[in-house]
Write a protein that binds this ligand. Sequence first.
Ligand SMILES: CC(C)(COP(=O)(O)OP(=O)(O)OC[C@H]1O[C@@H](n2cnc3c(N)ncnc32)[C@H](O)[C@@H]1OP(=O)(O)O)[C@@H](O)C(=O)NCCC(=O)NCCS
Length: 177
Amino acid sequence: MTTPLHGTGDRLAPSVPVTPLFPVPDGLPLRVRGITEGELRELARLDEEVFEEHAYPYFVLRQFYDLYGDHLLVVDDGGRFHGYVLAGTDPDRGRSWILGLGIEEEWRGNGLGRVLMSECLHQLREERVREVRLTVEPANSAAIELYLSLGFTRVDRRENYFGPGADRLLMVLPLPG
Ligand SMILES: CC(C)(COP(=O)(O)OP(=O)(O)OC[C@H]1O[C@@H](n2cnc3c(N)ncnc32)[C@H](O)[C@@H]1OP(=O)(O)O)[C@@H](O)C(=O)NCCC(=O)NCCS
């Protein structure tokens, strides 16, 4: 008997319909959903477009998918991904890290980042995760404002966090148990 590969369609997070916030090309409804292994290339395309030279190498995304694929959500219109969020949880400490959040540039400012983060936090609450952490570039006011509005607080500024000159703000959200 062949053992099915992890993520070949057996594990697909439930699709959560999102009310379109503006006209979508071809009238396709936007959805928040998990992805299949076969859609990793489209995720990599999106990640590269959003984060450019700071995008994850494909092999890292691939391994994140194997580890944390249940906490990887995208917004798609049926043909293309427009945003994604990824959370990785340490089950021993009940702590989750937001490892990626990105919306295609032309789709920003329409509430998609908030929808993705809210759905991800909802999932983590249901799983009784106690705390969510993330780091953000200190000048990234759009992301910081979004995180503050969701209840995250700034707890530290770490110099050279991602290497020389790459400082990061550490933000934390405790989740009630
Ligand atoms: C940060 C990011 C994910 C926000 O996504 P988005 O879909 O544009 O955000 P939303 O439309 O859902 O806005 C949610 C909140 O974010 C904040 N926000 C969004 N854009 C903002 C801007 N240009 N300036 C200030 N605050 C902003 C606001 O608080 C907003 O709430 P409001 O609509 O009630 O005012 C998006 O800008 C992005 O992908 N940026 C590039 C990648 C990135 O920086 N990722 C985060 C890495 S830590």
